[in-house]
Design a protein. Structure first.
Length: 108
């Protein structure tokens, strides 16, 4: 007898994406009812880019310093992600909807 197929829970899907506070805050609402306000600094530190993955958390912090971080542009990547451009020129991190939701949940 075949094992019953367990469906993977649907990933949250964004219903609204808003950049506020002069690019310092990304707010994202999901169809699950969840709403997250993610600071640009948090996103810059959590960038999933290949170049950043080789850095330690301390090296990522040192790269940014104490200055405020802003998002200056957001590009959509297919229908599954965004690619923000930060004010320091970094623009190679692709943030999937699921990854953004995870960052929001971790922030509490």
């Amino acid at each position: 007898m075949a094992e019953p197929v367990q469906e993977k829970p649907a990933e949250p899907w964004p219903t609204e994406l808003r950049l506020t506070d002069e690019g310092r805050l990304l707010t994202i609402a999901y169809d699950s009812g969840e709403l997250f306000a993610l600071p640009a600094r948090r996103l810059r530190l959590a960038t999933p880019s290949a170049e950043a993955k080789r850095l330690s958390p301390a090296e990522r912090e040192a790269q940014i310093g104490d200055r405020p971080v802003r998002i200056v542009e957001i590009a959509q990547v297919g229908n599954y992600a965004i690619r923000p451009t930060f004010d320091d020129g970094h623009s190679t991190g692709i943030f999937t909807w699921a990854y953004l939701a995870r960052l929001g949940r971790e922030a509490g």
